[in-house]
Write a protein that binds this ligand. Structure first.
Ligand code: NAP
Length: 249
């Protein structure tokens, strides 16, 4: 399929995991893709992987000045966006008793505040009919121990998506959310656990998935592309959960 030929798409946090797989899926369907991240090497590797159709730009999703600069960089490339996947995010799983203000601020700055102001900065550069997809998480809906800050940040961004969906409809922009359950990505290596603890956690999580496995980034990407394309024109302000039944059964 070539659903995104002549379309331009932004994927924040597009250098790894779900973001990279989604950027690749957009490229495979003809899109020009802008990916962001903080790490210069990861940006260079993503650009090499995605090829000529890709632009890789350094931008910290937790910085409002970076959000504004990213919008200006897109304008400087003479581009208007047909779809945006607000995906950059961090998950720091920490017991309630160990959470400090820094962890709270980092999580909310990246997952909520940055996402909100990124979208605000991009508004002038969204084509009429554009689709915005925000990456939530089923953690917003389940009571997983040690996830209080992460889960609250995702609940906040899911709520923002609903309100902005109503506010942006007159502007011709749809906003929806994908909320993945456990997906195999490098995120798990960034949780700050040693290998043994990581394996035990992964086995514990997997046992709670009725389908009996982690999902793949490509499975999330397929839903993002559906929400980003006109075939989902009647889907507005909603959340699609992709979790092998974990939060539902
Ligand atoms: P990942 O493999 O760690 O990828 C995260 C991406 O976001 C990377 O490209 C990373 O690049 C970028 N990123 C992180 N912090 C950033 C920042 N401050 N500014 C700009 N870019 C930043 O993780 P993933 O699993 O694909 O996660 C992507 C999204 O899916 C997150 O929002 C996460 O909450 C959500 N999610 C994941 C799962 C799961 O099980 N994996 C489940 C539900 C929801 P740099 O580090 O170079 O900046």
């Amino acid at each position: 399929m070539n659903r995104f030929k002549q379309k331009t798409v932004l994927v924040t946090g597009g250098t790894s995991g779900i973001g990279l797989a989604t950027a690749q899926a957009f490229v495979n369907e003809g899109a020009r893709v802008i990916v962001t991240g903080r790490d210069a090497d990861a940006l260079a590797t993503a650009k090499a992987t995605l090829g000529q159709q890709a632009i890789a730009l350094r931008s910290d999703a937790g910085s409002i000045s970076d959000a504004k600069e990213l919008a200006q960089a897109i304008a400087a490339h003479g581009l208007m966006l047909d779809a945006v996947f607000i995906n950059a995010g961090i998950a720091k799983l920490t017991p309630f008793t160990d959470v400090d203000e820094d962890l709270w601020d980092l999580s909310f700055n990246t997952n909520v505040k940055g996402a909100y102001f990124q979208l605000q900065a991009l508004l002038p550069y969204l084509n009429n009919g554009a689709s915005v997809v925000i990456n939530g998480s089923i953690n917003a809906h389940i009571g997983m121990p040690n996830s209080s800050v992460y889960a609250a940040s995702k609940a906040a961004v899911i709520s923002l998506a609903k309100t902005l969906s109503a506010e942006l409809l007159p502007r011709g922009v749809r906003v929806n959310v994908v909320s993945p359950g456990p997906i195999h990505t490098p995120l798990y290596g960034k949780l700050g656990m040693d290998q043994t603890a990581l394996q035990a956690t992964a086995a514990h999580i997997q046992a709670q998935v009725p389908l009996g496995r982690f999902g793949t980034s490509e499975e999330v990407a397929a839903t993002v592309l559906h929400l980003a394309s006109p075939e989902s024109a009647f889907i507005v302000g909603t959340e699609i959960i992709i979790d092998g039944g974990m939060s539902q059964l």
